[in-house]
Design a binder for this molecule. Sequence first.
Ligand code: MOS
Length: 754
Amino acid sequence: MPESTQMSVIGKAQPRIDGPVKVSGVAQYASDFHFPGMLYAVPVEATIANGKIRQLDTAAAEKMLGVRAIFHRENIGKIFRSVAGEGLEGICEERRPPFEDDVVRYYGQYVALAVADTFENAKAAADAVCVTYAKDKPNVETDLTAEDDPEVVLTTFGPFHRLQSQRGDPESAFASAPVKLDQTYVTPAETHNPIELQATIAIWDGSMLTIYEESQGVFNLRSVLAQMFGLPKENVRVITKFVGSGFGSKLWPWTHCPLAAAAARQLGKPVKLVLSRKMTFQSAGHRARTQQRVRLGATPEGKLISLQHDYVYHRSMLDIHHEDCGEATPFHYSVPNLRVTFGRARRNVGATADMRGPGAVPGLYATESAMNELADQLKIDPVRLRVLNEPKIDESLGVPFSSRHLLECFELGAEKFGWSKRDPEVGSMKRDGLTLGWGMAGCAWIAARFAAEANVQLRDDGTVRVACGTQDIGTGTYTILAQLAAEKTGVPLDKVEVALGDTSLPEGPLSGGSMATASIVPAVFAAADNAIASLLMIAATTPGSPFEKRKPDDLAFEAGQVFVKGDGASRGVPFADLLRRANLRLVTGSGKSEMTFGNPKPKFSMHSFGCHFVEVTWQPEIARIRVNRVVTVMDAGRIINPLAGRNQIEGAVVMGIGMAFLEHTSYDPQNGAPINSNLADYIMAVNADVPKLDVHFLDYPDKELNEVGARGIGEIGLAGIAAAITAAVHHATGVRVRELPVKIEDLLTSSVLS
Ligand code: MOS
């Protein structure tokens, strides 16, 4: 079992410290704030997906009750474009500021903005704006053929080669392979549906702009807004105290935010803009549709000889988002001949965006499905096939893994699930009159750090404050920050105050890529060390201090006490006493850590790993399929808070059930609208769809990433699960579905139907 470093708070299951304010309704989300004189804005949405605005008649709307202004291209004022700069700054997916021209590129694009004294009046006015269009046929074709793109394309994170990875000679190795598999897997457009809707409140005070927004990255948003409004960054403050989930939809800014800010600038009043659920489907990002061809060549014994992964995804007319389905492919298996390529196809849809486990989640669905099919073809157990092809190093980078325990995940998962009892024959396993299907898949997700700064205060009342301008998107970052500060200072959790979600705080990481926790660990630890060093200096230099005659180096700090080295903490003095004696309210230490994300030549290949084992039940008489049991094992480094960690994985598995069976965004071929743009028609997994989930962590610290050894766990739980479910569906029904979601219609051809 993993080595275990003694830590008193880290690694203990901690209920959320922000739980009470959330469940009591005290926590203020962006749209909960209210300001005197505040006005309400409602955008006017284009009702075509391709064409031009011919005429925009605002006369009737302007005369309506409570209306302050109807904004459009002519009167909104200047909004500049923003460009990405150093260190993940200035990123937004829709690369055209709102109202920049009269071209409509997707259904629901904002073409005007009504502002009134109440939300209802603004909504009525928005509905009364009369827009006529010169309309072209929208292209929302679902069959994807890669467009002629150059070899190197610009993406959100910089230039990217369309030949993503290559080694050996994959084509001839495939041609001469004794066993071959060549299949195409399709994943649909999906829309993030955090329950909290996107919202902005914009307030101007002279040339100072304050924004309340539910953002997964307040500093990036600040940078985008500073550019859009031609302001120094210092003049923009972004505040995000609580986020009702994001899943990536709140990672990068959307056009509603600068619109609210521009309206507030013109009117000299605070402006609130809250999106409707429908708008979030149209103009606040979605996961790209993907079409992925996977070719595997293998020996009859199951050793991979060749792996080719060629994928195409759709994107909007405006974005440079890259859906990196090949993220995990180059390193996941040992294979001498490999090629990964991608292509893109523009459609009249809103900008695509990161959605939980972007790239790797659809990517691993395809490659893990292909491995499961190959196992069936070879009549080899799918776990065994993976064990046979487990790499010793990252063969694409030629470097070792920092910490990879995937085989142990398989072992533990198989044991907890009872995998050894599996009969591979389709439809052969029964229980209580139901047909059982068993499937499994592995998964991986990148581990890296963003740059982070933090500060820690020790205060004269014995409390500690930790501040970091990151966000808690519902994943538990408030609690993680408190645990880190408590671990270092020895004060109990309820004596730690956490400040986050504000650009007036030290610059914190994005809440994205499952990297926030790994990023803040070194920054908070360094900040605490620096605060403690200042405290020891004060203890040694304050007249009348019990340590007055000592050098700071002779002193130690542990469990909130300062003491002479060798004496032990039991003979120590609490830090609050020392601060009071020195007449100091507090001492502060700052700390920072560097970004490792995007390093092209890392010493180690860093990822989290895991696997899912799934049981479905199948009732052929009524064509009813359900997920009945899931065992998940994760190798995600040291788990700082097993309670919050488990929540993340459980939530991801629930989302995975939705991915496999339910979720898809459909575009109307006539007008290009996402037609199931509400929670009644966009079906997600709910409690009734979810069985008991059994989650295990291996808990091997990954010390290459940070001193605690914590990686990230927000996204990996969604990787692999759909491939495990579709394999179980095949095992139960005999139907191989390669286009998600699996629909009942797909299963009506089941040979097991009686
Ligand atoms: Mo996650 S898609 O990086 O918010």
